[in-house]
Design a protein around this ligand. Structure first.
Ligand code: ADP
Ligand code: MG
Ligand code: MG
Length: 892
């Protein structure tokens, strides 16, 4: 194997071997762009080093050979005393990873060569500035000395000299600083700062290799399911200097606006600066457009290069460049990050420019970006501009939330019950805060990252959340929030939090609906001349997706209103209508009567009272989905859910008894509650078990469906009802229900004199059902995978309990990258889905297959369902566009 590649030997497709940075440096070199010469040590070399703990001898030789060639080409040797070649050592893995070692600049400087650099450049200040930067970066990243030791010493020097920025420090001051920095190194490591340039280089390379196994990097990989054995590449790049005075500088640029997608000149430039200075905010940068007046030739060249790169990568690129005394150098490029809105706009712009086709445009956007665009947001015209920003944290769960600040869950619940909107503000949340989080419009914490309790639970609830806003001090005792500027938010003061940007504002920032939702709702038209550019782009991309996708998309909806919205959003039917939602409200009493019935007669009466109500619901539903399939699931939850809470009722009865006026009905209720009480209701009497145990219950529901269908038919409608049986574990259960159903259906068809074409199928949501899917298919017209329950039963996780208790720890330990309730666990739950689908189709090739868990609207899961050959996914109305888009992407 070959361990080292010159920049001229690689290309952009070798990211696995050369890392992202190295591959793109090679690509730019081969495009003839001005890249400082250098070479890349491959990920293979890193792996060999990590395997044996020793750099392979061959690597040393290859590095020596490439270094010699570089020295030859540059006409000077690494660290040469009178005219040193300096290099940067830059990490660069296939995926960019937090926690990996960054870059060390100016390798090759020493007590001796610093004078050579000063003489050659004619700039003593520059030479000492470069040397102090080397010791600082090397000390921090290679020797592991706390960065503050250096930065604090630098601050002291500035204060002592009355300097406002580092550029104001004289050569003399910098020289002193170098001495101080070297002392820090000796103190902290027990040895002197290495003077041998090759040793500096080798140590830096080794530190990059080692950083692959740093704990933060490992955690990140575990969460993101990035294999641990990829290794990182290391780039050795000859230095160019942006800190050589005012005709030098360094900058970053984007080929188009990463916020809007508009083409133009976007970026920042900083004169007389090196490396990270421009992003570190140590001095004020100028907009890139100003470079035109500062250095017209370099500016023009840069514009040309940006065009070359865009056409070459066929995408938005971001760029790092440096100008050394009027000469432009390219130091990095990559396909740039962008906002969700920009992703859609750029994809369609590139189609229009003929750079990419529609399938590629689909690959350039994704469902989570679309989901982001569908949240209401703060009004950026006026609203946000006039708002007072208190600080910001991590954008943990998107949305825009406004409410009164409260500092504990109790208050959150109390205030929200009295109709107030509240934002729950905590240092961090824990399981005791659950009810408060539910009651709040949004959640703000000052501690914890994207996997903190607040973040995970808020995402699960779909609540807006900003977490880890460290600059904001939460004082739970005094019940206030202190912002860095001195502003204090007291309990009851209104705050606004933006879960999409992480920003926190004082007062009420006006919220506007998302134009993308307005479009899906049909209130905004993409065809209009003045239509929003974003809406036009979304419209086009959705059309591409709908054209290519194979998966159909249905909605989980229980009422005509949701169904109508789902249809506007593009639903092709209902995949899950939960009939228990039709038993709530004033109908609860009828259910109570059913449960309490002592005699056959009483039960029949109760069922009889429910029948017309159910039937009415179905008529409405079938009407709103006329011509499209509607899957109605028969009653699923345990009956006790329809009865009063056991504790409340016990107290009521006890109090009444003490007053000697206990009411007969309450006593019976209490008995029933006791009778039906279960330790594990989720694993108890529910689903098909209820239907088989309570005579007449399912029959009533099936009759309601059949009668409703008949009514619609008589009215000229086209109802397409599908009856779905929940929680089936064995084919015998389904057989029994099927026989019963068939009788009822035949009867209704006979009475009404019309064929109803009803089909009957089952949920696959128990491991046993999945394992015996071949048998179950004999008795089912369709399967709908209930992946919520299937995830619970396969993992033995009670969702309501575990998400709030130990999922945070699991996420932090990297056991999951994401909750298995959010994205389907492909290896476990997913493999059951796959094998059940295969077994079902083996029995019955025309078996219709769908999924109706929340996974149906999750981007990654949709790809999985496409891959295993399901016919449709079903999700909540708001997720339908996301599912359509992802189904298109999966097929493109
Ligand atoms: P990161 O991955 O954090 O962007 P880089 O390797 O790109 O790290 O380096 C950090 C900064 O140092 C960048 O601004 C880059 O432009 C600058 N830099 C890296 N190598 C050189 C070099 N050979 N000459 C001048 N500047 C460099
Ligand atoms: Mg960089
Ligand atoms: Mg279920």
């Amino acid at each position: 194997t070959k361990y080292v590649y010159d920049f001229s030997e690689g290309n952009k497709d070798l990211k696995g071997l050369l890392g992202g940075k190295g591959a793109n440096l090679a690509e730019m070199t081969n495009l003839g762009l001005p890249v400082p010469p250098g070479f890349t040590i491959t990920t293979e070399a890193c792996k060999a080093y990590l395997d044996s703990g020793e750099a392979p001898a061959q690597l040393r030789d290859e590095v020596s050979a490439h270094l010699s060639a570089l020295e030859e080409r540059m006409g000077k040797k690494l660290g040469q005393a009178d005219d040193p070649l300096l290099v940067s050592v830059r990490s660069g893995a296939k995926f960019s990873m937090p926690g990996m070692m960054d870059t060390v600049l100016n390798i090759g400087l020493s007590d001796e060569s610093v004078h050579g650099l000063a003489a050659q450049s004619g700039d003593e200040r520059f030479a000492w500035d470069s040397y102090r930067r080397l010791i600082q970066m090397f000390g921090d990243t290679v020797l592991g000395i706390r960065g503050e030791r250096f930065s604090e010493t630098l601050e002291e020097a500035k204060t002592a000299r009355g300097a406002t920025t580092d550029v104001d420090l004289s050569a003399e001051a910098l020289k002193e600083l170098v001495t101080k920095f070297k002392n820090i190194v000796s103190e902290e490591t027990g040895r002197d700062f290495p003077q041998d340039p090759r040793e500096q280089m080798d140590l830096a390379v080794r530190a990059v290799f080692d950083s692959w196994n740093g704990s933060r990097a490992r955690l990140y990989r575990r969460q993101e399911r990035i294999p641990h054995d990829l290794g990182t590449a290391v780039n050795i790049c000859s230095m160019v200097f942006g800190n050589l005075g005012p005709d030098s500088g360094t900058g970053v640029a984007f080929t188009r606006d990463p916020a809007s997608g508009q083409q133009g000149v976007y970026g920042d430039y900083l004169q007389n600066a090196q490396g990270e200075d421009v992003v570190a905010g140590i001095r004020n940068t100028v907009p890139l457009a100003d470079l035109e007046t500062l250095d017209k030739a370099s500016y023009d060249q840069l514009m040309q290069i940006m065009e070359t790169l865009e056409n070459h990568y066929r995408d938005l690129c971001d760029i790092e460049f440096t100008i050394e005394r009027g000469k432009l150098w390219m130091l990095q490029t990559r396909v740039g990050k962008r906002t969700a809105a920009a992703a859609f706009r750029i994809a369609t712009q590139l189609v229009d420019q003929g750079l990419i086709d529609e399938a590629e445009a689909l690959r350039r956007v994704n469902g989570s970006q679309l989901a982001q665009l569908m949240f209401p947001r703060f009004d950026s015209n006026g609203g946000v501009k006039n708002a007072e920003q208190l600080g910001w944290g991590i954008a943990a769960s998107p949305g825009a939330a406004v409410g009164k600040a409260v500092f504990d869950s109790y208050t959150a619940i109390k205030w929200s019950r009295s109709g107030e909107k509240v934002i729950l503000i905590r240092r961090e949340t824990n399981p005791d805060d659950l009810d408060g989080m539910l009651a709040a419009e949004g959640i703000l914490t000052s501690r914890g990252g994207k996997t903190s309790h607040a973040a995970v639970v808020a995402r699960g609830m779909g609540k807006t959340c900003v977490c880890g806003a460290e600059e904001l001090e939460v004082d739970t005792k005094r019940r206030c929030l202190k912002a860095p500027g001195g502003k204090v938010v007291e309990e009851g003061d209104v705050v606004s939090i933006d879960g999409s940007t992480g920003k926190v504002y004082a007062g009420e920032v006006p919220v506007v609906p998302s134009p993308v939702v307005e479009y899906f709702e049909g209130r905004m038209h993409a065809g209009a001349d003045d239509a929003d550019e974003l809406v036009k782009a979304v419209h086009r991309i959705m059309a591409y997706a709908d054209r290519v996708r194979r998966l159909r998309v249905r909605a989980n909806a229980d009422n005509a209103e949701d169904a109508a919205r789902a249809r506007r959003f593009g639903a092709q039917g209902i995949g899950l209508c939960r009939t228990e939602h039709m038993f709530l409200g004033e109908r609860r009493e009828l259910v109570e009567r059913l449960i309490l019935a002592d005699t056959e007669e009483e039960r029949k009466r109760a069922l009889h009272a429910l029948l017309p109500l159910q039937q009415g619901d179905f008529v409405e539903l079938f009407e709103s989905m006329d011509g499209l399939p509607v899957t109605v699931r028969l009653l699923d939850p345990p009956l006790h859910e329809f009865l009063p809470d056991i504790t409340e009722l016990s107290v009521r009865v006890a109090l009444a008894e003490s007053r000697k006026d206990a009411n007969e009905n309450d006593l019976r209720l209490l008995q029933a509650v006791h009778r039906l009480h279960e330790q594990n209701p989720m694993l108890g009497l529910r689903g098909v078990r209820l239907g088989l145990v309570i005579p007449g219950l399912f029959t009533m529901q099936i009759r309601a469906i059949a009668e409703a269908a008949a009514e619609r038919k008589a009215g000229g409608g086209d109802p397409r009802a599908e009856i779905m049986i929940p929680l089936v574990g064995t084919v015998q259960e389904l057989e029994l229900v099927r026989e019963e159903a068939q009788e009822v259906i035949n009867e209704v068809e006979r009475e009404r004199g019309v064929g109803l074409g009803l089909s009957l199928g089952t949920m696959i949501e128990l491991p046993r059902a999945a394992l015996t899917a071949g048998q179950i298919a004999e008795c089912a017209d369709f399967f709908s995978f209930g992946t919520n329950d299937l995830t619970q039963t396969v993992w033995a996780f009670s969702r309501d309990d575990v998400e709030a208790s130990f999922f945070t720890a699991y996420l932090e330990k990297g056991i999951f990258g994401v909750s298995p309730f959010e994205t389907i666990d492909k290896d476990g739950v997913g493999s059951l889905v796959r094998s059940a689908a295969e077994a079902g189709r083996a029995t019955r090739p025309d078996l219709k297959l769908g999924v109706c868990g929340e996974h149906g609207g999750d981007p990654e899961s949709v790809h999985f369902f496409h891959e295993v050959g399901l016919d449709y996914v079903s999700c909540s109305p708001f997720r339908i566009p996301v599912a359509r888009l992802e189904a298109g992407r999966a097929a493109a």
